[in-house]
Design a binder for this molecule. Structure first.
Ligand code: AVI
Length: 321
């Protein structure tokens, strides 16, 4: 699959910036090329990686309750729709949704996924939207003030945002979903052992997923990362309530990218991902700062994962602090 030149140039710029700073840090969005997305699908099925199956079980158990909150004839928007797997559970219980709007940055997978979904839900009006929900976005003009808009953001992907990015995301929701709501999936704080195992699986799939970013850089940008000299490192940073994923350099070495040599010390890391873990009240407070109002909350018996309903009041003016 050829990568559009603008995306390749952005990756080049971000990798150059990452390698020339201390500490070195690249956005986790670069995990998700074709190979990375396939590896993430494998992660979701791993015995140690509880979030996906737990969120699915909560959706299964509470689908009717959630669909009552959504109400009739709502527009349902999904951020980062991917394979459109989780939404099926909501659509099965939904009360004649007006439209389903899967929003995803990938223009490659969205059309095929929508086609499959359309075959299952013949009467559903599907309006796919290629957009980056991590920055500013707009709904199609016909939807801006028509009906109730409910957005679904599953998977605890919000945990991969920094607190500032999460605030910007909530603010965009407050602006574009006025009078509606956000249904948000979050991974809850739990024993560090369980968290550690989820990001250090015994089959080494998460390690492959992490190092795929170097492989991708070598293929798309022509860098010469020696994959045998970087190892996967993932640990729970308890004070900051997050898993941190890094690629750790086993020796002092040089990596060449676009004619420039970048040095790694032995033990130095390229930071690749934050995965924040939450308390329910913590997320509710963060959402409130952007004008969202806490509503219902659903969880599993072990309280590993939470689905939060956040109301978005109708205001003439966008909420500001
Ligand atoms: C997509 N995101 C919510 C996953 C997570 O758990 O933070 C990505 C992931 N990283 C390692 N394993 C899974």
């Amino acid at each position: 699959m050829t990568v559009p030149e603008t995306e390749r140039l952005q990756f080049m710029q971000d990798m150059q910036t990452a390698l020339s700073h201390t500490p070195k840090r690249i956005s986790s969005k670069y995990f998700y090329d074709e190979a990375g997305s396939a590896l993430f699908d494998r992660i979701c099925d791993l015995p140690e990686y509880y979030p996906t199956r737990t969120e699915l079980s909560i959706l299964q158990t509470h689908a009717i309750d959630i669909s009552n909150c959504i109400g009739e004839h709502a527009d349902i928007i999904e951020f980062g729709a991917g394979s459109l797997h989780k939404i099926r559970l909501l659509l099965n219980a939904a009360n004649h949704p007006a439209r389903y709007v899967p929003m995803d940055i990938s223009r490659v997978h969205l059309p095929a996924a929508c086609l499959t979904l359309q075959n299952e839900f013949k009467d559903l009006n599907i309006v796919p939207m290629v957009a980056d929900y991590t920055s500013e976005w707009q709904l199609p003009a016909a939807m801006r003030d028509a009906g109730k808009r409910v957005a679904f953001f599953p998977g605890s992907t919000i945990g991969n945002f920094s607190p500032l990015q999460a605030h910007a995301f909530f603010t965009q929701c407050a602006l574009h979903l006025r009078g509606g709501a956000l249904l948000l999936g979050v991974d809850l704080i739990k024993s560090p052992d369980i968290l550690h195992a989820a990001y250090n699986d015994s089959q080494g799939v998460t390690a492959l997923f992490n190092s795929n970013i170097l492989k991708r850089s070598n293929r798309e940008l022509g860098s010469d990362f020696d994959l045998s000299q970087f190892i996967h490192s993932a640990f729970y940073n308890a004070p900051l309530q997050r898993i941190e994923m890094h690629l750790l350099s086993l020796k002092s070495q040089i990596v060449n990218l676009n004619g420039v040599a970048y040095a790694f010390e032995q033990g130095e890391t390229l930071h690749t991902e934050y995965s924040h873990k939450f308390t329910v009240s913590g997320v509710q407070k963060a959402a409130q700062l952007a004008g969202l109002q806490p509503g219902a909350f659903w969880t599993d018996p072990q309280q590993y994962f939470g689905l939060l309903w956040l109301n978005i009041p109708y205001t003439q003016q966008p909420f500001s602090r």
